[in-house]
Design a protein around this ligand. Sequence first.
Ligand SMILES: Nc1nc2c(ncn2[C@@H]2O[C@H](COP(=O)(O)OP(=O)(O)OP(=O)(O)O)[C@@H](O)[C@H]2O)c(=O)[nH]1
Ligand SMILES: [Mg+2]
Length: 310
Amino acid sequence: MTRAGFVAIIGAPNAGKSTLVNRLVGSKVSIVTRKVQTTRFPIRGVAVEGEVQMVLVDTPGIFTPRRRLDRAMVRAAWNGAQDADAVVHLVDIEAHELTRSGRPRPADRLAVRDAQAIAKGLAAANRRAVLALNKIDLVQKERLLALTESLFDASIYTEVFMISATGGAGVDDLRHALAEKMPDSPWFYPPDQSADLPVRLLAAEITREKLYLRVHEELPYSAAVETTAFEERADGSVRIEQTVFVERDGQRAIVLGKGGAALKQIGQASRLELGELLDRTVHLFLHVKVKRGWAEDRRLYGEVGLDFDV
Ligand SMILES: Nc1nc2c(ncn2[C@@H]2O[C@H](COP(=O)(O)OP(=O)(O)OP(=O)(O)O)[C@@H](O)[C@H]2O)c(=O)[nH]1
Ligand SMILES: [Mg+2]
C-alpha cells in the first residue's frame, strides 16, 4: 500500500522555508534570497521516501500584514497549513539567539515576534505542528538546548528537530519523521515529478530571484516578473519574453543599471539557470516597465492562485 500526503512548511519571512523545501525535494523548486518575503504564493515540491510520496508546500512568510499583497500572502500560508496532513513550523534559531542575548538586528526582533504569532495561531486553530529549528550552523552548540527549551511548547508541537537547511544537518531525520505521518493513499504525482509550477511561472520566479540577488539593497520588494511569451522553436530552443514591473522610474533605472548592465547580468544568470532546468537553449528577452500600483492588479493575483479580496 502506498502512502501520500501534504506537508505545509510555515514560518516567519526568511526562516529558510524555501531552502528547506528545495533540500527535502532534492532539487530547486522554489526561489531563495536573503530578502524577506521572497516567496509570494504556495509552491509545491514532491519528495519520495520509499513507499511514501510527500507533497511539500512552501508558503509565503507569515507576518503582520499591511498591504493587500501582504494580506493575500499570509492568508495563502495559513490556508496551506489548514489543508495539510502535517505542518512544520520553521524557526530561524539565530534570530532567537541574538534576541535572547540582547544583540538582535531589527529583522531578528521581527522574526521572533512573527514566530510567536505563528505559535499562537497554531494554538488557536488547535493545529499540532512539528517544530524545526533552522540555521543551527549559525548558533553555538551549547546554546541550542536552552533555546529549544524556550521554544518547544508541548501543547502546540509534537516534536522538535534541529536542522540546517543549507548544510543539510538534521534534514534526513525530519524527512523520515514527516514521511511517517502520511496517510494511506495513492500517489498524487508520477514518481519522476518533483514540481508542479507551470513553466511560465517558474521562469518568472527564476528571473525574480536573479533580480533580487543583483539589486538586493536598492530595490524594495515592489517588483514583479511576468512571462509574456514562451515559444518552443523548431530547432528545440525556447524563446522567452518577460517583463519586470516596478513601481517607480527610479526603480526602473536601478534594475537597468548603467547602460543596461544590471539587467544584462540578471538576464544572463536567469538564462543560464533556465537553460539547465529546461535542458535546452534558452533565448531570454527582458523588459522593464513602470506600473504604479501593480500590487493592486487583480489579474496578477489570480494567475498565481492568490486571493485578491482579503
Ligand atoms: N546559515 C544558514 N542560512 C540559511 C539556512 N537556511 C536558509 N538560510 C538562508 O536564509 C535566507 C532565506 O532563505 P529562504 O529559503 O529564502 O527563506 P524563506 O523562509 O523561504 O523566506 P520567504 O520566502 O521570504 O518567507 C537565504 O539567504 C538562505 O540562504 C541555514 O540552515 N543556515
Ligand atoms: Mg520562501
